[in-house]
Design a protein around this ligand. Structure first.
Ligand code: SF4
Ligand code: SF4
Length: 159
């Protein structure tokens, strides 16, 4: 396997449109905002109310749907699943919308999970109440690397 997962672009290729899922799911230390907590800067209809001065955490956040992962229907507000790379960029974390905790098991969420497992990429599923590590049957990553990634995901704080 190369040094990153096989997404379709190295640059964002899609606009967020009406989605604002990351502004609830991701944690923002600068705002003391926890994960799966709706950001207080998220306006009802206009998205981020402080976009030009948003924190660094928001600026550097990478949602893989914007980079071409999955179909248009996999947009996080439609699928209920927001995919990001693991810190080492060898795997995916599937953050699941709290209102749809089974979204990763069905529809576009499940299709993306199956696609990347088929490519040998481990997928780590996180909901507000649970974590699940899905390891591929065949992968260019060694068994010890996969196990280390699994343990890191299960034991570390998510950011
Ligand atoms: S989750 Fe992805 S598509 Fe949705 S608003 Fe955030 S970056 Fe955009
Ligand atoms: S500050 Fe803006 S971009 Fe950052 S989480 Fe809040 S609403 Fe989203």
């Amino acid at each position: 396997m190369s040094d990153s997962i096989p997404v379709t672009s190295s640059e964002p290729v899609r606009p967020c449109g009406k989605c604002n899922v990351c502004c609830t799911i991701m944690g923002v230390d600068e705002l003391d905002k926890g994960m799966w907590e709706r950001c207080s800067n998220l306006a009802t209809t206009r998205g981020c109310s402080c976009y030009d001065t948003r924190p660094a955490s928001c600026r550097k956040f990478e949602c893989m749907w914007r980079y071409g992962l999955g179909s248009n229907r996999a947009r996080p507000d439609k699928s209920g699943v927001m995919f990001v790379m693991t810190p080492d960029r060898y795997g995916l974390v599937a953050f699941v919308d709290a209102r749809q905790p089974n979204a990763w098991r069905k529809g576009e969420g499940a299709r993306v999970v199956d696609e990347y497992l088929g490519k040998g990429v481990p997928v780590f599923v996180a909901t507000p109440k649970s974590r699940k590590a899905l390891l591929p049957e065949r992968s260019g990553l060694s068994a010890s690397k996969l196990e280390a990634m699994k343990q890191q995901f299960l034991n570390d704080e998510l950011t």
